[in-house]
Design a protein around this ligand. Sequence first.
Ligand code: AMP
Ligand code: MG
Length: 391
Amino acid sequence: MLSIDDARAIVLGATLPLPTESVALAEALDRVLALPVTAAVDVPRFVNSAMDGFAVQAGPAARTLRIVGESRAGVPAAVAVGLGEAVRISTGAALPDGADAVVMVEHTREREGEVRVEAEATPDENLRHPGEDMRAGTLIIERGTRMGPAELGVAANAGVATLRCFRRPRVVVLATGDELVPPGGALGPGQIHDSNALTLAALARRAGAEVVHAGEVPDTPQATEVAVRAALTIADVVLCSGGVSVGPHDHVKPALVAAGVEERFWRVALRPGKPTWFGVRRHQLAFGLPGNPVSAMVTFLLFARPALLALQGADPGTPRERKRLTQALPRHTGRDECVRVSLAGDEATPTGPQASHVLTSMLGADALALVPRGEGELPAGSEVEVERLPR
Ligand code: AMP
Ligand code: MG
C-alpha cells in the first residue's frame, strides 16, 4: 500500500497551476499572485513631514519666525520658506521649497502670525524621504504569494490597481450516502446529519477554492454517475465522500471511471483514511475520500489541500515539525497514523478518542501527529513529526 508521502507526490505530480486572470485589488484578498508586484513609483513619492509642526530652515534654538503659509496633507504650500520664515505643516504633507527641517509643534509657541521655535532644528529633522518604503522599479511582492491585508495595502501603495492572479480552483463536493440528511433536517430511522459536505466545502474555501456546489447524493449507481458527470462539467476538483469502498452500496469509483476519470491510486497505508481514491481526467482532479468524518477531513488535509494550493500556484508545502508526545500511543502494524493533537511548546497531546467517527477529536486540534507504523506502543516522551492544521 502507498505511503502518505508517495500518495501526495502522485497528487502533486498530476496538478498544474490554473490559468491566470486579472483581479481588482479590492477583490484580491487571499488570491495568489501569478506575476510579482513591482513598485511603479517611489514610496513615499515626495519629501514629507513625519510630524505636525513647522517647516523651517535648520537653525539654532530660540528663534522667532514669521508664519508665511501652510502645507497640509494633500494641499502643499504655495510659498517657499525663506530665512526667518516658517510654514505650518501636518504629518504627511509635502515639505515646502526652501525648508530642510520640521520642528514638532510641541517645541514651538505661536502668537500673532509668528512662531517661537524653542528647540534647535537640525537639517533633515522629522523628514521622510522618497523611496524609504519602496523604490520605483523594485520587486515588492513575489509571485506565488497569497495576498493578505498587508500585501493588499502594499500593492495599493506601489501604484497597482489590478493583480495578475491564478484562477481559484472550482470545487464540487458530493457527499454520498442514503443515510444523509442535510443539517437541521428531521432524522428518520438509521439516518444521520451530513457533516462532510459542510466540512469539506469549508476546508476547500479556506484553501482558496471556490465551492460551486456541495450536497448529498443517494447510494445508487445512476444517481452517483449523474452527480459525478454534472460535477465534471464545472469543477477543477471533485471531492466525493463515502461510497468509495467495495461494498454493494459503494458507487463512487465506478461512477468516476465511467465519467472518464483515470485512477491514479486506491488505498493509502494510513489511519484514518485507508480507503482513499484519486484519479485524473485531463487537468481535472477527483478524490474519493472516505465517508467517516475524521477520515474525510484527514485525507482532505493530506492530499486534496496541497492540490488546491498547487492549482492556485501557491506553495503546497506541508512543513513538518518535531514534537514530543505527552502520552503513550498505540501503533498500527501496517499503517501510519494521523493523531489529532493540541500543541503547547514542544509538546503534543492527543485531543481524546481517536476513532474515525469521533469528529469532536478535531475540536481543539492544532496539528496531525504522524505516528509511524510499528509494533507495540510509542512511549510517552517520544518525538513525532506533526503537520499543523491550516487556520
Ligand atoms: P462510507 O464510506 O460511505 O461507507 O461511510 C463510512 C461512514 O461514514 C458511515 O458510518 C457513514 O454513515 C459515515 N458518513 C458517510 N458520509 C457521511 C457524511 N457526509 N457525513 C457524516 N457521516 C458520513
Ligand atoms: Mg456510504
